[in-house]
Structure formats: structure tokens, C-alpha cells
Design a binder for this molecule. Sequence first.
Ligand SMILES: Cc1cc2nc3c(=O)[nH]c(=O)nc-3n(C[C@H](O)[C@H](O)[C@H](O)COP(=O)(O)OP(=O)(O)OC[C@H]3O[C@@H](n4cnc5c(N)ncnc54)[C@H](O)[C@@H]3O)c2cc1C
Length: 386
Amino acid sequence: MDFEFSDEEKIFQENLREYFSKSLRPRLREIDEKGIPKDFILDASKIGLWSLTFSEDVGGQHASFTLASIAAEEIARADFTMATAVFFLLENSWGYVLDKYGSEELRKEVLPKVASGENFLGIASTEPSGGSDVANLKTSAKKEEGKYVINGEKAYISGVMEAKEMGGGHLTLVRTGGKGHKGISMIYVPINSEGITVSRIENMGRMGISTGIIKYDNVRIDEKFLVGEENKGFYYAMDGFNHARVLVASACIGSAEAILEEGLKYIKEREAFGVKLKDLQSIAFEAAELYTKLEMARLLVYKSAWMLDHEEKFKDEIPKFSAMAKLIAPQTAFDVIKSVMIWFGAYGYTKDALIESGMRGLMSYLVGAEGALNIMKLIISREILK
Ligand SMILES: Cc1cc2nc3c(=O)[nH]c(=O)nc-3n(C[C@H](O)[C@H](O)[C@H](O)COP(=O)(O)OP(=O)(O)OC[C@H]3O[C@@H](n4cnc5c(N)ncnc54)[C@H](O)[C@@H]3O)c2cc1C
């Protein structure tokens, strides 16, 4: 057993920390107010950030999910609003799915432009009637003369405006067969296709990346955009969620680490009743507990990433582990952020302290993004009780 990163992983982590401390952290408020800067998206593509997990022939790095987790953690340490981390994990997990299951033609048409930061790629699964029960989705795709004709609506979809502005689209789950999970296909739908209307939903957090509604009114998509085989889309999506959840969890750990570091610095300096806050045992013990919980969550997250890198060996355990990582990391991060905000006193509640942007961003992972917490519990309990 070896709990250390390899030399390659350590250098990668150091380089990213240095890069993001200059390119992201000073722009955190700008990201929260105006969006992820386009120049950052293009610049980061030069280090292969958006395509770490893709194959080399489509512009990727063919990197491990351990490296992708390191990147997610480092991004969120610098931009703890979560916006850039969301952009990163969408490209790297759903790009991975398209790379793995898509045809040669589709991979080569879509992925190089995602890798270069020219186009956006996302996932469109959730519908207004619900997101947890994926197997019952309603958006339909009927085949007519070599095209899929799509009708329906997707809701709370990340990156709708980025896809419109940058170009790109979403891996869209649609019903092509009968009821249940065996009648679902995954189709890449370019967002600028005729018949699509998009609107933005105003969220409380991670303002740097949009969330919105996509309506499909007789949208005709060439059959070459089908990912893999018809009626297998549910399985591809579950594979994608397993990967995305580990990257989400890594990002939550990163944001909490950055905020805890700020908190520890603050309690070493701030005085009350003539002593430093760190010398008040109630605060010091709370810090010790949060630090320990964060380390526990981090170990679980990296174990899950390592399992993804040994997919064949751990294929039966991966859904449970990625659900455990997604269950625990956002909750631990929330506990950390809440405590640090309270240590900061009134200052913690201000926009100047920046902590509030982390809390708002993190909440998306507590309410549901990449799967609600109860759904993580459902996956874990099914596995351990079967
Ligand atoms: C900021 C943000 C971005 C998002 N981006 C995307 C995206 O890019 N693409 C996409 O497809 N979706 C996206 N989503 C949607 C997300 O996937 C859904 O929120 C999630 O799947 C839950 O679905 P829902 O919100 O409809 O809640 P519901 O499914 O209606 O669930 C409501 C509540 O009931 C609970 N619940 C449901 N079923 C059970 C059960 N069997 N047992 C116990 N409790 C249960 C849930 O835990 C939840 O608390 C995003 C969400 C957010 C907040």
C-alpha cells in the first residue's frame, strides 16, 4: 500500500497550484460576477486541462483519473466558487464518456474542439419532472429518414449559455425505446440546432457557469450523433456519473482545503479577550476535528479515483465508492466552510471575505448536482445490503 503521489503526480500538482494561484485566484470575484474568463479557458487548453482524460488522437492527454482528481482539487483550491471546477469536470468526465463509447467520426468531430477550449461539452439528463429517477425520463427521439427527431425539455443543465456562446452541445439522454432504463439512448445534441430554445435559470451560487433549460421542438439530429448503441445510453450515463462524482468530490475537498487554510491563518492572528482565537480550546478542537474529517474524505476520494484507474479490477465496487465520495465530500466541505465563516465573525459574512462564494457554490452539490445525496445513499445501501 502506498499513500504517496508518484513523482509525476507531485510535479503535476505543484505546477497546477502555481498556475492557478496566478491565473484563477486573483480573478475569483470576477468569475463569480461575470463568468469564467474566455482567455483563461483558451490558455488552460494549452496545458491540456479540458482534455486530460481524452485519448491522444482527439487532442487529449490520456491521463489517469488520479491526475484528473488532482486537477479538480487544485482548481477548486484557487476558484472555490466551484464554477471553473464544474467546467473542468464536465469536460473531463463527459468527454471521457464520448471518447469511450462514441464512434470514430463523432469523437473526432466533437472532442478536439473541446480540448482546445473552442467548444463546450455538457450532460443533459434532468427534466422538469425530476432528475433522480433517470430511468423514467420523457424526452423522446424518434427515428425518421436517418435523423432523430427530438421533443421534450431538459432542466437545470449546466453550461447552456457557454455552449450557445462558445459552440458545442450536450450528451443528451432521450427515450428511443420502451419504458425504463433499457429504452434510453445518449445523443450528442449541438445546442445551436434548429428547434432548440434555451433559457437561463438564476442560481444562488457558482455564478461563473450558467445553468438553464433546453427545450426541443422537433429538433432533427443526424444519426451519426448517437453515442454508442441505441438504448444503451443509461449505462453510458451511469459510467459518466461514476467518474464525474469522483471529480466533484475532489473539487469539494479542494475548496474546503483552501478555506480551512484561510481559517487557520485567521485564528492564529485574531484576538478576543486578550488571547488568539487558536488558544481558545473550543476553536482549536473544532479545527482539529475539521482537519481530520477533511483528510478522511480526501482519502476516500483518492481511493475512488484510484479505483477508476483500475476499472476492470474494481468495476463492481466503483459505483459504491464514487457514491460514497460524492456523499461525504460535499458535506465535509460544508462543515468546514460553515465553521470558518463563523470563526471570521462578521467579516465572514461579507463579500470581501470570499467565503460566501464557496458556500454558495458548494450548495449545488448538497442539493443535487451530479446526483442528490439520498441517491448516493440509495446506491451505497443497495450495494451493501444485497
Ligand atoms: C447547479 C446545478 C447544476 C446542475 N447541472 C446539471 C446538468 O448539467 N445536467 C443534468 O442533467 N442535471 C443537472 N442538474 C440537476 C441534478 O442532476 C438534479 O438536481 C439531481 O439529479 C436531482 O434531481 P431533482 O433536482 O429533480 O430532484 P428530485 O429527483 O425531484 O429529488 C428531490 C429530493 O427527493 C430526494 N429523493 C428522490 N428520490 C429519492 C429516493 N428514492 N429516496 C430518497 N430520497 C429521494 C432527493 O434526494 C432530493 O432531495 C444540476 C443541478 C444543479 C443544482
